[in-house]
Write a protein that binds this ligand. Structure first.
Ligand code: FAD
Ligand code: MLT
Ligand code: ZN
Length: 483
C-alpha cells in the first residue's frame, strides 16, 4: 500500500536481528515459541484488511509476565523494535510491523486467574480471546461489558490496548470505566502491577488509564481485571427501517427516553451497508420485505423482567410507527432470529472486505451532523466508489467507509484530508474507537492540540526512552523518538 513507503522511513536507531538474539530468545522461551516459519510470519505481518504489511522475521510467544519482561528488557538493551500483537483484528495498521520489528504476541497467556461472583470482577491474562471470556462468564451467569464483531479472534489485551468500544458501550460505558486494574510490562522490562480489583481507589494518579487505548506504545498489557455485569434474563432485538436520517435521530432520542434503563444497543446502517451484506455474505437475508428504505436501525434491550420488558419495547415500537419514525420493523421471536439480525450489523466489515478495497474512517461526530458527511462525500466521489455509513449511533460513532474495486490514489485524494478537516471543523474525533495506529499517527492534530500531543510525547519518552514499543504508530513522527 503505497503511502507507507512514502511517509515512513525505518529508524536508523534500531538494530537488526542477529543470530545471538535468536539464541537468547530460544533460551528463555523454548524453541517452539520463537517463530521464524515463513507462513506464520506472513500472517503475523499482515493486518486483518490485508492493507498493511510488515517484514518481521520473528514472532515471539511468551507464556508468562516474566518472559514478557525478559523479552522487553533484552530488546530495549539491544534497541530492537517491538510490535505487541493480540488477535491482529485492529483496523488502523497498529498491530503489524511497519518494517522488521519483532512481533510479541501474548496469546499463550490465556488463563482465567479469578472470578468473584459477588462483585462480578474477572481477572485474567491478556491473551484470553474475548469470545472465550464470554463463554466462561455465561456459565457463571455474567456477560462481558464489551462485545464486537471480532470477538472470535481479538484478545482482551488488544481490546484494552485499543480501548475498544463496540456494540454495548451505550449501556455499559467504555473500558476506562469497566477495567479496574491491569498489569503491564514497560519497555525496560519493569513490571507495573496495577491489577487492583477495587471499584474505588483514589490513591494518586490512576496510571492504568495510560495503557487503556495507548495501542501498545507504552507497554505490553499482561493481565486485566474487569467488572462484568450479570446476565439478565430478558433480551429483545428489533430490526427496524427508517425513511430518512432525521427519523433515525429522533428514534434514538425516543429510545433513550422511553427504553432508558433497558436499552443495550442502538446501531444503524444505511441502505448501501445492508446491500453490501446481502450481496457479499452467504446465508444472510433481509428480515424486512424489500422496499426503498434508506436506513436500518438495530435496537437491543436487556432487562430482568421478561413480560414487562417486551411490553415496553412493543409499546415503544408501536408509538414510533404511529408518529412515523419507523416505516417497517420486526421484533425477533427467538434467539436465532435475534442473532441473525446481529449478524447483519456485525457482518458489514467482512462484507466490505469481500467487496474490494476499503478506506475506513471511524469518527465521533454530533449525531445531528453525522450523516451529512456521508452524503457530501458521496457527491464528491461520484461513481468512482461507494460510500457507506453505519455504526454505533447511540454513541455518536459513525463508521464511514469507501468501497472501491481497488486502491487508487485519486480516490484517496478526494477523501483525505477532506474527511479529517470536516470532522475537525465539527469538533469530532478522527478516531472514535479504532485508535490511530499507523494510519492516523500523523493526523492526531485534527483532534488534539499541539500542547496535548507534546505531553503525550513526554509520557512516551518517560516510559519508553528508546522508542522501541510500536514505533511509527500513535504519535506523529514530528514528536516521536523513533526517528
Ligand atoms: P490487535 O489488532 O492485535 O492490536 C491492536 C493494537 O493493540 C495494536 O496497536 C497492538 O500493538 C496493541 N496490542 C494488542 N495486544 C496488546 C497487548 N497485550 N499489550 C499492549 N498492546 C497490545 N473495534 C471497536 O472498538 N469496536 C468494534 O465494534 C470493532 N469491531 C470490529 C469488528 C471486526 C470484524 C474487526 C476485524 C475489528 C473490529 N474492531 C472493533 C477493531 C479492533 O480494535 C478490535 O477488534 C480489537 O480491540 C483489537 O484486538 P486484538 O486483540 O485483535 O488487537
Ligand atoms: C464495527 O462497528 O463494525 C467495527 O468497528 C468495525 C468496522 O468499523 O468496520
Ligand atoms: Zn465499531
Amino acid at each position: 500500500f503505497g503511502f507507507l513507503a512514502k511517509e515512513v522511513k525505518r529508524s536508523p536507531l534500531f538494530s537488526t536481528l542477529s543470530a545471538d538474539d535468536i539464541s537468547y530468545f530460544k533460551r528463555i522461551l523454548g524453541e517452539k515459541n520463537v517463530i521464524m516459519d515463513e507462513d506464520r510470519l506472513v500472517t503475523a505481518n499482515t493486518d486483518w484488511m490485508g492493507k498493511y504489511k510488515g517484514s518481521s522475521k520473528l514472532l515471539l510467544q511468551p507464556s508468562s509476565t516474566k518472559e514478557v519482561s525478559q523479552i522487553l528488557k533484552y530488546c530495549n538493551s539491544r534497541r530492537l523494535a517491538v510490535v505487541p500483537q493480540g488477535g491482529n483484528t485492529g483496523l488502523v495498521g497498529g498491530s503489524v510491523p511497519v518494517f522488521d520489528e519483532v512481533i510479541v504476541n501474548v496469546g499463550l497467556m490465556n488463563n482465567i486467574i479469578a472470578f468473584d461472583k459477588v462483585s462480578g470482577i474477572l481477572v485474567c491474562e491478556a491473551g484470553c480471546i474475548l469470545e472465550n471470556l464470554v463463554s466462561f462468564l455465561d456459565n457463571q451467569g455474567f456477560i462481558m461489558p464489551l462485545d464486537l464483531g471480532a470477538k472470535g479472534s481479538c484478545q482482551i489485551g488488544g481490546n484494552v490496548s485499543t480501548n475498544a468500544g463496540g456494540l454495548r458501550l451505550v449501556r455499559y460505558g467504555s473500558l476506562h470505566g469497566s477495567v479496574l486494574g491491569l498489569e503491564a510490562v514497560l519497555a525496560n522490562g519493569e513490571v507495573l502491577d496495577m491489577l487492583g480489583t477495587l471499584r474505588k481507589d483514589n490513591t494518586g494518579y490512576d496510571l492504568k488509564h495510560l495503557f487503556i487505548g495507548s495501542e501498545g506504545s507504552l507497554g505490553i498489557v499482561t493481565k486485566v481485571s474487569i467488572l462484568t455485569p450479570p446476565k439478565l434474563s430478558s433480551v429483545n432485538v428489533a430490526f427496524l427501517a427508517c425513511r430518512d436520517y432525521s427519523s433515525c435521530q429522533k428514534l434514538l432520542q425516543e429510545a433513550k427516553r422511553r427504553l432508558g434503563e433497558i436499552l443495550s444497543a442502538f446501531e444503524f446502517l444505511d441502505e448501501e451497508s445492508l446491500n453490501l451484506v446481502l450481496n457479499h455474505l452467504e446465508g444472510v437475508r433481509n428480515p424486512l420485505p424489500p422496499s426503498m428504505h434508506k436506513f436500518y436501525v438495530l435496537i437491543e434491550t436487556t432487562g430482568s423482567d421478561e413480560s414487562n420488558d417486551k411490553e415496553k419495547l412493543e409499546a415503544f415500537l408501536l408509538h414510533s410507527m404511529e408518529i412515523g419514525l419507523i416505516s417497517d420493523g420486526v421484533l425477533a421471536q427467538d434467539i436465532n432470529q435475534a442473532s441473525s439480525f446481529w449478524h447483519i450489523r456485525e457482518g458489514v466489515p467482512e462484507a466490505l472486505m469481500k467487496a474490494g478495497a476499503v478506506y475506513k474512517y471511524d469518527l465521533s461526530l454530533p449525531v445531528q451532523k453525522m450523516y451529512d458527511l456521508v452524503e457530501e462525500l458521496r457527491i464528491a466521489l461520484g461513481h468512482s466508489a461507494k460510500v457507506i455509513g453505519y455504526g454505533h449511533l447511540g454513541d455518536g460513532n459513525l463508521h464511514l467507509n469507501v468501497s472501491a474495486p481497488q486502491y487508487d490514489d485519486m480516490i484517496l485524494a478526494k477523501i483525505e484530508p477532506y474527511v479529517y478537516e470536516w470532522t475537525s471543523k465539527h469538533h469530532g474525533s478522527i478516531s472514535a474507537e479504532h485508535g490511530l495506529g499507523l494510519m492516523k499517527a500523523n493526523k492526531i492534530f485534527y483532534s488534539k492540540s499541539a500542547e496535548t500531543v507534546q505531553v503525550m510525547a513526554s509520557i512516551k519518552k518517560l516510559l519508553d526512552p528508546n522508542g522501541i514499543l510500536n514505533p511509527y504508530k500513535v504519535l506523529p513522527h514530528c514528536v516521536s523518538s523513533d526517528g
